[in-house]
Design a protein around this ligand. Structure first.
Ligand code: NAD
Ligand code: TYD
Length: 354
């Protein structure tokens, strides 16, 4: 059997593919455009593995998607591919609309065309699993209850608006055409292979390079952090047992203000790789201008997936963040590889003030 994964060279997708092939022998066809965020080095361990077929291409390329589906006959499509960084969506929303909305439309349209041609048993077994985010629900105030699956969609950034639009398309394909879809809305992930433009890897990489640690605004914005391997196990669980047409929220029950996260990273680095001058990495923290429209708080109520499918996160934040910091310390070549010219241009534009 075979599954088609899109965006499987990115942070979560590559963790998913690596875990999948460590657990099963089911072939993965991996369609990835290899944008700045997609990195073949993430999949180096699979270089000679015949169970992994990497295809460079766009989810919006209907001909390519149609040919891949016809050739490999997957039993499921898992859509991780997206433009995923809020700050980039503020500077250039166009690619977010293109990939996240138009691309998802082209992909699901090809999936539908493929699905209708299957025999009855294959049609019943087929799944289109769409990987989405808690950011579609907007921002919570301090005492609001966490997001449930019925929370109203109130996306605030071009990124979250584009993900919200894609979620609606996926929902509509189930409602209108009966396509067997599943949607997951997950909180902030962290872990190995995380591109160093997002908060946690940026702090680890900048700290070691002796650079400022840019904290937006007052640093009291709250995110609900989940170790990436737990997200991957949740997706496998939903793929296997999720009810068709349903959405499942995935979260870590782990809300923390950004400044606490940055302090934790600094303290771990102080312990694991102290600065030459024995000063704390906390001295490198620099408060910078806030992100426009910055969502104050996200929090996921993950009771539905636990109740219906028995999934819970396995990693605590303390163990997960320690593993993560250690992974970056052990993999300086990976960090060097992903810090290409385009990465340096992004850092120069976004952090011009620090
Ligand atoms: P990422 O930016 O690290 O990786 C995205 C991958 O998609 C890259 O490999 C990129 O090359 C590929 N891609 C981009 N445009 C493409 C296109 N048009 N066609 C084919 N491939 C394309 O993102 P991530 O953090 O791994 O996120 C994966 C998915 O999970 C996204 O859909 C994101 O919205 C969702 N998500 C992320 C988080 C998080 O904390 N990172 C949380 C919840 C949900
Ligand atoms: P990020 O990792 O970009 O994820 P998201 O915006 O999707 O939640 O950011 C996490 C939080 O950290 C968010 O509140 C913005 C903040 N942040 C900083 O304070 N400094 C930074 O340099 C970055 C990248 C993010």
């Amino acid at each position: 059997m075979t599954i088609l994964v899109t965006g499987g060279a990115g942070f979560i997708g590559s963790n998913f593919v690596l875990d999948w092939l460590a657990i099963t022998d089911e072939t993965v066809v991996n369609l990835d455009k290899l944008t700045y965020a997609g990195n073949v080095h993430n999949l180096a361990a699979l270089a000679n593995d015949p169970r992994h077929v990497l295809m460079q291409g766009d989810i919006g390329d209907s001909e390519l998607v149609s040919a891949l589906l016809a050739k490999h006959q997957p039993r499921a499509v898992l859509n991780f591919a997206a433009e995923s960084h809020v700050d980039r969506s503020i500077l250039g929303p166009g690619t977010f609309v293109q990939t996240n909305i138009v691309g998802t439309f082209q992909l699901i349209e090809q999936a539908r065309a493929y699905w209708v041609r299957q025999d009855t048993a294959a049609r019943a077994a087929f799944r289109f699993l769409h990987v989405s985010t808690d950011e579609v629900y907007g921002s919570l105030a301090g005492n609001d209850p966490a997001f449930t699956e019925t929370h109203r969609y109130e996306p605030n950034s071009p990124y979250s608006a584009s993900k919200a639009a894609s979620d609606h398309l996926v929902r509509a394909y189930h409602h209108t055409y009966g396509l067997p879809v599943l949607t997951t809305n997950c909180s902030n992930n962290y872990g190995p292979l995380h591109f160093p433009e997002k908060l946690i890897p940026l702090m680890i990489v900048n700290a070691q390079a002796g650079k400022p640690l840019p904290v937006y605004g007052d640093g009291q914005q709250i995110r609900d952090w989940l170790y990436v391997k737990d997200h991957c196990s949740a997706i496998r669980t939903v793929l296997q047992g999720g009810r068709l047409g349903e959405t499942y929220n995935i979260g870590g029950w782990n809300e923390k203000p950004n400044l606490d996260i940055v302090h934790t990273v600094c303290d771990l680095l102080d312990e694991l790789k102290p600065r030459a001058d024995r000063q704390t990495y906390r001295n490198q923290i620099a408060y910078v201008t806030d992100r426009p429209g910055h969502d104050r708080r996200y929090a996921i109520d993950a009771r539905k997936i636990e109740r219906e499918l028995g999934w819970k996160p396995a990693e605590t934040f303390e163990s997960g963040i320690r593993k993560t910091v250690q992974w970056y310390l052990d993999n300086p070549q990976w960090v060097e590889q992903v810090q290409s010219g385009s990465y340096r241009e992004w850092v120069a534009t976004q952090y011009a003030q620090v």
